[in-house]
Design a protein around this ligand. Structure first.
Ligand code: PEP
Ligand code: CO
Length: 471
């Protein structure tokens, strides 16, 4: 594939100017082919893959450079301690469970959490979904064995099927096209929901799902919603024309995913005619996963050249020198908001592992956003075989993250969580406690266990308290 892409007329041209962090004299959307790309599917039919990639290359961009720049600016505020980041959504989006309701429900819980965070902390919340493109998964093993049968691992719906048959598990490039089209439809709906009335602050009461309304968290949320109502009425009574203030009726909501399958990302990388910069138009923000952050690897090379705001996961094996080198490689110009480091240490490890990394980045002068992913270091298999996480561990990692920042004098910039607003039973604990024996009741995730609507609101209240205490 590499040769075909490089030589064909659809290989993007090189030229002068600036990409993301590097000069385009040295970088193009194809230069990642010169590096080892971890976690790529083993496509059985290269010809079919190339034909599909060509089709994707001819399709319109999904997001626009101006939007990505707005997100960099908003994250720049986070880097400087003036805003907080909430990045949340599915571990992997599903093709089968895709519907208007499923998009609306994920947006709804993120809006509710943002209201809680902003109302309690007084800081603006930058909202980014793991949505409209989160279709590929890295795996710890390339194959899975069940009853002596070995098949390729499930790598997310944009690569293969989750069913355990040779047919399901064969990587199929048609799935890349389907991921593109579902991303486009999702983005279209998100844009209309966030700009067309659903996200209106006058609607805060309507964002609560019935099963959440009955809970303690639901009651606490209702209190805030009532106070917001009163504040809006007060402004009106004082003669403020709230009707004509778009900031009260619309919201900015951005999309993100792990840019894992580099062929797909390359095809959606387009040059902005105004600035000459390259943008990966598949999402506003993309991140590098814990398994693909090798400094000399293909993902680093690709990310160094795109001008989007980008993230990089940082797990417990990362050394201070490595993390500073990641900052140098991905953000040599030291643009605030360009780079978000997403730590995912585990509740028992964060207090020891994180402070040296925070101190090293602080001393290097790199302006990063530090976000806490309290999910991926706290996953285990329950007795019944379900992959799960304890809400208590998740909250403990967030508390450890805040404590580590207090110790180094750095800003705990945000949280990165896997959730849904639905009444699923995938993570243990919560005020309406989910026990191991109940995990099977509504275990619906495609990949990792998500917080349900109640657990998510609970988390938002606890983060809001930590943030208020920190300020
Ligand atoms: C994820 O975010 O779903 C993920 C796989 O995380 P990590 O790369 O941190 O393991
Ligand atoms: Co996950």
């Amino acid at each position: 594939m590499a040769d075909l892409l490089r030589e064909s007329r659809f290989a993007p041209e090189r030229g002068t100017g600036h990409a993301g962090a590097v000069s385009t004299l040295d970088w193009s959307p194809t230069t990642w082919h010169d590096h080892v790309a971890a976690q790529q599917p083993d496509w059985p039919d290269e010809g079919a893959l190339d034909r599909t990639l060509k089709q994707i290359h001819a399709l319109p961009p999904l997001v626009f450079p101006g939007e990505a720049r707005d997100l960099t600016a908003a994250l720049g505020e986070v880097a400087q301690g003036r805003a907080f980041l909430l990045q949340a959504g599915d571990c992997a989006e599903s093709f089968d469970a895709f519907s208007a309701a499923s998009v609306r429900e994920r947006l709804r819980i993120i809006l509710q959490m943002a209201v809680v965070l902003t109302y309690s902390s007084g800081l603006p919340t930058v909202k980014i979904g793991r949505i409209a493109g989160q279709f590929a998964k890295p795996r710890s093993s390339g194959t899975e064995v069940i009853d002596g049968v070995e098949l390729p691992s499930f790598r997310g719906p944009m690569v293969n099927g989750i069913g355990f048959s040779a047919e399901d598990r064969a990587p199929d490039p048609e799935r890349l096209l389907r991921a593109y089209h579902q991303s486009a439809a999702t983005l279209n709906l998100l844009r209309s929901l966030t700009k067309g009335g659903f996200a209106d602050l006058a609607q805060v009461h309507r964002w609560t799902q019935d099963f959440v309304a009955e809970s303690d968290e639901g009651a606490r949320y209702e209190q805030i919603a009532n106070e917001i109502d009163r504040a809006l009425q007060f402004m009106k009574a004082c003669g403020v024309d709230t009707q004509s203030m778009p900031t009260l009726h619309e919201t900015n909501f951005f999309t993100s995913h792990e840019a894992l399958v580099l062929g797909y990302e390359e095809m959606l990388t387009r040059r902005d005619p105004l600035s000459g910069q390259w943008f990966d138009s598949s999402a506003h923000m993309v991140w590098i996963g814990e398994r693909t952050r090798q400094l000399d690897g293909a993902h680093m090379e690709f990310f160094a050249g795109i001008a989007n705001p980008i993230g990089c996961k940082v797990g417990p094996t990362a050394t201070p020198a490595e993390v500073v080198a990641i900052c140098e490689r991905l953000n040599p110009q030291r643009t605030p908001g360009r780079l978000t480091l997403i730590s995912r240490m585990g509740a028992g490890t964060v207090r020891d592992a994180l402070p040296p990394l925070l101190a090293a980045v602080r001393d290097s002068g790199h302006p990063v956003v530090w976000a806490c992913d309290p999910m991926h270091g706290n996953t285990f298999s329950a007795a019944g075989g379900h992959k799960t996480r304890r809400l208590d561990d998740i909250l403990a990692e967030i508390a450890g993250f805040f404590a580590a920042h207090a110790e180094t004098g750095t800003f705990p910039g945000g949280v990165h969580v896997e959730l849904t607003s639905d009444d699923v039973t995938e993570c243990l604990g919560g005020s309406h406690e989910i026990f191991e024996s109940g995990l099977g009741d509504r275990y619906e995730t495609m990949c990792d266990p998500r917080l349900n609507g109640r657990q998510s609101l609970d988390l938002a209240f606890q983060v809001a308290e930590l943030l208020r205490a920190q300020r």
